[in-house]
Design a protein around this ligand. Structure first.
Ligand SMILES: Nc1ncnc2c1ncn2[C@@H]1O[C@H](COP(=O)(O)OP(=O)(O)O)[C@@H](O)[C@H]1O
Ligand SMILES: [Mg+2]
Length: 373
């Protein structure tokens, strides 16, 4: 996918206007709080109708606007297409949005299916160090972008999990409810089995790509290995068998679950193991090794997107360059040179690779094209 034109109206602090990005590198520079991330967010929203900062739709609308509109022309699936997203948060006091692809109303899931983007921001640099929830989110959102059905299974799983947890809290007061627990257990495990299977399959592919990138970044000195971490053996099991294994664990832990009022087994508790040369990158990796690991993972995510969907994703790099040392910066720029890339930074960079792209300056929400090669 390549973005050819992007129009924004009433979006965050951006002054109404448009940009025509170049096919390769697009640098967006400007001082702090001028709207660089907002512009990247606009690109991301056009690829999935939600923010990468976890913002509500209503927060995307400019303080002085009643609605926001994003419009883009993009090249994908061998043709020029367009997408328009309208946000009307004030109507009925509810978030309301409208997505049109090639002028036909569509769902956010259909938009995700048609577009593709990978975002890399400074918060991602803590992926290795942070808690499991952050890693689960990384894996889940990567799979969601490549397999739309996964998002709906994940939604159903979370709903079922909430219902089971509510039931666990009610049972001590109403023992007769114990009988209904079994129904929820079976439902939870069949969805859980599907999620675990998808995650294992994705992580296997991610591992192959990330290992190769990490080998490149570390000049062959380090071997990165990524595996799925759950509390039972998963090797070569189908989703059905994984569901059965999960059910065994769930049943074995019912007593504890009832005491805590919380479900202790399942994909919502799992993690992704990352090892460098056989030891945990989280516990023993240096900061540099942890950063290289995240860089390898992000590059692997982009490449897998292409391998799975057949389309290059747009790559959004929000302020990450300044967080990486020179050699990692060069590696990242080098490995993303076949993608359309949007990079934000505070100053006009001296990097030759960046000078070969289109350069935009942003000042109090006003975007101007400064140079184009
Ligand atoms: N909905 C909104 N309407 C108007 N301004 C907004 C909105 N949301 C954020 N802003 C403003 O955008 C600016 C931050 O933009 P951002 O893109 O994060 O800056 P940076 O250039 O540092 O990446 C802040 O000044 C913030 O007040
Ligand atoms: Mg920013």
């Amino acid at each position: 996918m390549k973005l050819l034109k992007l129009n924004f109206k009433g979006f965050r602090n951006l002054e109404d206007g448009f940009i025509e990005p170049g096919e390769k590198v697009n640098v967006i520079y400007g001082e702090n709080a001028q709207g660089k991330t907002n512009l990247l967010e606009a690109v991301w929203v056009l690829c999935g109708a939600h923010s990468f900062r976890g913002a509500k739709d209503s927060e995307l609308v400019g303080f002085n606007s009643e609605k926001a509109r994003l419009y883009a022309e993009f090249y994908s699936q061998n043709r020029v297409q367009n997408v328009q997203i309208n946000f009307y948060p004030t109507q009925n006091k509810k978030d309301k949005k409208e997505i049109l692809i090639n002028a036909i109303p569509k769902s956010a899931a259909e938009l995700v299916e048609k577009t593709g983007a990978v975002v890399f921001s400074p918060e991602d640099l803590t992926l290795v160090k942070s808690g499991p929830a952050f890693r689960r989110k990384f894996i889940d959102s990567a799979i969601c972008r490549q397999k739309v059905k996964y998002a709906s299974v994940l939604g159903k799983y979370n709903k079922t999990l909430n219902q089971r947890n509510a039931l666990l809290k009610d049972i001590p007061k109403h023992r007769e409810l114990m009988e209904t627990l079994e129904i929820w257990d079976t439902a939870l495990c069949s969805l859980g089995g599907l999620l675990i299977k998808e995650r294992i399959d994705y992580i296997k592919k991610l591992n192959l790509c990330a290992e190769e990138y990490h080998d490149g970044i570390s000049s062959g000195r380090e071997v990165l290995k990524i595996t799925y971490d759950t509390n039972f053996e998963t090797e070569n099991l189908t989703s059905q068998q994984l569901a059965e294994e999960m059910l065994k664990k769930l049943r074995a832990g019912v007593k504890e679950d009832l005491m805590r009022g919380y479900t202790g087994t399942g994909p919502h508790r799992d993690d992704v193991n990352m090892e460098i040369n056989g030891v945990s990158a989280r516990n023993f990796g240096s900061q540099g090794q942890q950063r290289s690991t995240v860089l390898s993972l992000k590059l692997a995510e982009a490449r897998l997107h292409r391998e799975i969907t057949g389309e290059n994703p747009i790559v959004l790099l929000d302020d990450v360059l300044s967080e990486l040392d020179n050699s990692r910066q060069d590696y990242l720029l080098n490995k993303t040179e076949n993608y359309q890339v949007f990079i934000t930074c505070c100053e006009e960079s001296n990097k030759e690779q960046l000078k070969n792209g289109r350069i935009f300056k942003i000042d109090r929400g006003k975007v101007r094209l400064m140079s184009s090669l």
